[in-house]
Design a protein around this ligand. Structure first.
Ligand SMILES: *Cc1c(COP(=O)(O)O)cnc(C)c1O
Length: 426
């Protein structure tokens, strides 16, 4: 039987590379055909064949209120009716900028862009422009979007000169990026001792959530703050996932560490394409038109996207979202504990607030180097087992789950029961 899904995929692979507009959506890692979604409401997505799934991907992070929240939908409809884009300043940008600035430690100004990638790319350009230095430091396993100098990873081992992790990124370009393992104080100290005066910025996901959930020791993040401060390098917190997800002030407030620059995306766009980067007025004054660091965008600060972001932040406040999300997360953790314990192969739950990761390995994992490469293979039947039970999780063992305000305690239990059945059958 040919399903609508299969027919769409057949058409898609002819005209879109791999049939998808972002590689994470493909089912390469788990096998099978990606689901084409036709509709989404609250905690549920419905595919092109009318099959409904309880969703724990949440479009990879933005949908902290769940899909199609009525307040957000109404705000978007009203904004769209007043104009899709002006190419000139509008009130929504000012309103949202004030909210982001007020929420985040040390932030005095933000610039809106259209994606998280643009935000990190622009923050790096600003860091280089403001410091007059060229070197960038990133950590292996941290994802910062697909800008050239950030598409660099490194094998384990000593401090490595960046190797491009994508074709099309010149080696000379990647050579300006240093890659360090997370959770390694010694390598961090060694790099700063040898090249500290040349480093423009260190960029990190303070809550690394793109390669498992590699929660860092507070001391490691504090050391990073200390070393960057001493050497005149800027510290960039990439809070595209964690911003407004783990609390109003993101990871910076959670850990009590104020970075020099921060990047945002996902939640602040409420499901529309948005990114932002910000810092002190002193740093942000380097950005055009005030300063010499150029950055621009036809659709930046788009009125419809601003309306979606503002509506999302409003509901987060009104619903006391972070306390409720923590309760849901705690429930997941408590109910899942016996299930994971009785599984035949080692597994555990890593969680911060509403971000959760099922680690298919034993022990605490704090770096990409400590990830078990075998997890991908073990995850395949788990993913498909959940899918058969109407539960949609990310098609990769190394991606996290996102809880939203639309999830109820009963739906958390449904996930736990489903995963329990799947693990028991293994
Ligand atoms: C998603 C993500 C990005 C990239 O954002 P896009 O909107 O996909 O370009 C950057 N950094 C982090 C931490 C992310 O999770």
């Amino acid at each position: 039987m040919t399903t609508t899904n299969a027919a769409l995929y057949e058409r898609a692979i002819r005209v879109i590379p791999g049939g998808v507009d972002s590689p994470v959506r493909a089912f390469r890692a788990v096998g099978g055909t990606p689901k084409f979604f036709a509709e989404a409401q609250g905690a549920y997505v419905t595919d092109a064949d009318g099959v409904r799934y309880l969703d724990f991907v949440g479009s990879w992070g933005p949908l902290i209120l769940g899909h199609s929240h009525p307040v957000v939908v109404k705000a978007v409809q009203e904004a769209a009716a007043r104009g899709m884009t002006y190419g000139a300043p509008c009130r929504g940008e000012v309103d949202l900028a004030e909210k982001v600035v007020a929420a985040y430690p040390g932030l005095e100004q933000v610039r809106f862009v259209s994606s998280g990638t643009e935000a990190t790319m622009s923050a790096i350009r600003l860091a280089r422009g403001a410091t007059g230095r060229d070197l960038i430091v990133k950590f292996s396993g941290c994802y910062h979007g697909h800008a050239d100098h950030l598409l660099v990873a490194a094998g384990s081992g000593l401090v490595t000169h960046g190797q491009p992790s994508s074709a099309g990124v010149p080696a000379d370009f990647a050579a300006l990026t240093r890659v360090l393992p997370l959770d390694d104080d010694q390598k961090l100290k060694a790099l700063f001792a040898s090249e500290g005066q040349k480093i423009a910025a260190v960029i990190i996901e303070p809550i690394p959530a793109n390669n498992g959930l590699l929660l860092q020791r507070l001391e490691f993040l504090q050391l990073l703050r200390k070393l960057t401060q001493e050497s005149g390098a800027l510290l960039i917190f990439d809070e595209v996932i964690s911003g407004f997800r783990v609390g109003l002030g993101g990871a910076a407030a959670l850990y009590g560490i104020t970075p020099d620059l921060a990047t945002f995306g996902k939640i602040i766009g409420g499901g529309m394409p948005v990114g932002a980067y910000g810092g002190s007025r002193q740093l942000m004054k380097h950005i055009a038109p005030e300063g010499p660091v150029y950055q621009a965008g036809t659709l930046s600060g788009n009125p419809v996207a601003m309306a979606a972001g503002l509506a999302t932040l409003k509901v987060l406040h009104e619903e006391k979202a972070w306390a409720r999300l923590e309760d849901l997360g705690a429930q997941l953790e408590a109910e899942l504990a016996p299930v994971l314990k009785s599984a035949k192969a080692p597994c555990g739950l890593v969680r911060v607030g509403s971000i959760a990761w099922i680690a298919l390995q034993a022990g605490v994992v704090r770096s990409a180097e400590a990830l078990d490469n075998g997890a991908g293979e073990r995850y395949k039947p788990i993913f498909h087992g959940l899918l058969e039970r109407g539960i949609y999780t990310a098609p990769s063992a190394y991606e996290v789950m996102f809880l939203s305000l639309a999830h109820t305690p009963a739906e958390i239990t449904r996930f736990v029961t489903g995963l329990g059945e799947v693990l028991a059958g293994q």
